[in-house]
Design a protein around this ligand. Sequence first.
Ligand code: ZN
Ligand code: ZN
Length: 355
Amino acid sequence: MKERAAQLAAQLAERDLDAMLISAPENRRYLSGFTGSAGYLLITPERSVLFTDSRYTEQAANQSPHFQVVQVRAGWDWLLDTLKETGVRRIGFESENITVGSYNRVLEALKEDEALSQASLVATAGITEELRILKDGEELTQLQKAIDASDKAMEAVCPTIAAGMTEKEVAWKMEVAMREFGADCISFDTIVAAGPNGAMAHHHPSDYVIQAGEPIVIDMGAQVGGYCSDITRTVVVGEPDEMFHKIYGIVLGAQLTAIHTVRPGLTGEECDALSRDVITEAGYGDNFGHSLGHGVGLVVHEKPWVSARGKDALQAGMVFTVEPGIYLTGWGGVRIEDIVILGEEGATPLSKAGK
Ligand code: ZN
Ligand code: ZN
């Protein structure tokens, strides 16, 4: 944990920054180990400071022994005093994780303080997110626990789904099972989309009553130690129709093609194409509207992007989802999603639930 803050501090000089103010909750947790819901970090090459309110100061001191914990009080003196002590001038902030209101108030406070009138706030984006792309052993352990919880829930609950149950009832069974199999909580709102609802990739579970023979898309995740899992299975109660056999076969083929052929060095966009080409050749390219996958960790959707916006090369050690789908209005959808880890020789699925 101590090395993570040091890694960030080591990058400040090359970015012409004296300090970095961290406001994004996941980055705060990643760099400090502090799991409370409120606080900021100030990281300089010499010092690591964690600002939080009285609810959390004791917890922060326990979880982040390598940070100096400073209690936040009304106003901005807690920040201004620390900035004066450290003598920093150019302070990077996370432009994608601060409200315009907070930014303006900090700027105002700096201007009004004579000793800090030379200090400036510098917009940055993605610095800590870049560090988070490659997971260390402790992170992978937590992630695997989250994956195991959602795998086991999927395998335990799917055989119990029956015609006549509603989407909401299935979602609740899945969520209960994930908790019973070790999840701290769910990592995002469970998706259960039966029949025609499956044509909407992110349908919210409703009172729709599941019918025999129609596809049911179930997309869900567990969270353990802050790390998120994400898995999708498409199942049918009773006998599926011809269409299901055909579409499921294409989607599974597209998924396995990407899992078996992706290698370090391919970009996210090129990996996306591995599955997309299979679906396009089968004639359903227009029915696969979303990207193939995304990185997953402290946030359900994070770098690397396995999509048209993934211009960087995938590296060994990266963890991401592979989730092709085909969606047909009026009939439904099929999506299959697993989390894989990329090694030098290729990808290994971390999720093991049957498909
Ligand atoms: Zn998912
Ligand atoms: Zn996903």
